[in-house]
Design a protein around this ligand. Sequence first.
Ligand SMILES: NC(=O)c1ccc[n+]([C@@H]2O[C@H](COP(=O)([O-])OP(=O)(O)OC[C@H]3O[C@@H](n4cnc5c(N)ncnc54)[C@H](OP(=O)(O)O)[C@@H]3O)[C@@H](O)[C@H]2O)c1
Length: 325
Amino acid sequence: MKAVVMNRPGDRDVMAYVAWPDPQPGPGEVLVTVAAAGVNFMDLGVRQGKAWTETPDPKVMGVEGAGTVRAVGAGVTEFAPGDRVAWVYAPGSYAEQVVIPAASVVPVPSGIDDETAASVMMQGLTASHFATDFYPVQPGDVALVHAAAGGLGLLLTQIIKLRGGTVIGRVSSAEKAVVARAAGADHVIIDTAGQFAQQVRALTGGIGVAVVYDGSGPVTFQGSLDALRASGTFCWYGPVLGAPEAIEIMSLPRSIKLGYAVFSDHIPTPALLRQHAAQLFDWIARGQLKVQATTAYPLKEAAQALADIESRKTTGKLLLVPAGR
Ligand SMILES: NC(=O)c1ccc[n+]([C@@H]2O[C@H](COP(=O)([O-])OP(=O)(O)OC[C@H]3O[C@@H](n4cnc5c(N)ncnc54)[C@H](OP(=O)(O)O)[C@@H]3O)[C@@H](O)[C@H]2O)c1
């Protein structure tokens, strides 16, 4: 088969589209023909050598996708060849085929196409965790969403709106502001220098926001703290762009809640994973959640897709589609 590997940590030149041995499913695993693989910001962290270092290079990149089961290993009873499935946190997804533990895949309903399913496994499950679990948004809450035109940001904005919240989006350009507004953001601030807190305070009558969702690195951290209302919640989630300096706890605004949110820590069983994915697919089937601004690249263009997300110019979800799909 063909796959996209990284030969060592580094820039885009460490990635290559190569012939790679066909994977075989072992006990408890399924072999899937990949229809679409999701590109995530974390893949950039992997390419840069900041994550997934325990697996030696060269390794097939990518952790998310959707496709059709081709074969199952011993002991797999809940899936059969021909079933359509999606997955996240399954290493080796930038490929024509991937082997995944059966416990890590979810069934895809007939009304949801492969590209849509591949688009929501990482960013949709993360967004729904942030807005329904880490901080359950209440009607009337005002939320600040960073990178509101990105893959995660567009889905998070819609889920906050579904729950009756108001969204202030922060983006880096006027083009991105248009995309964020189209997803339902009530207000959009254009900023790249961490200077947004005053505008957030003005938009909230001086009160600040109930919750800030910030995966945009050290530049935004202090502004996000300053934008919070009394007893607000800070949902921090972006390791790839880096963390703030060590925090002196007594320097934080009093009574806020601050945490590093990762959805998979909260849905550790296959049953919960499938339940949360089914909720996303149901919102999509009902037209309540839209996968917007998707860009599909041929699988062999994976290095370009990651260079594009790194360049800060992309909006929405980026997908990789194997040849012949
Ligand atoms: N904790 C978790 O479980 C989890 C899960 C999924 C994703 N994440 C994190 O969520 C964030 C968004 O992920 P995504 O996959 O949906 O990507 P994305 O939002 O589609 O793209 C990354 C966004 O980061 C913003 N950004 C800020 N500073 C940047 C810089 N120096 N270079 C490039 N982009 C910059 C850009 O928005 P602006 O240009 O508008 O600022 C860009 O749209 C990432 O930080 C990712 O690591 C965390």
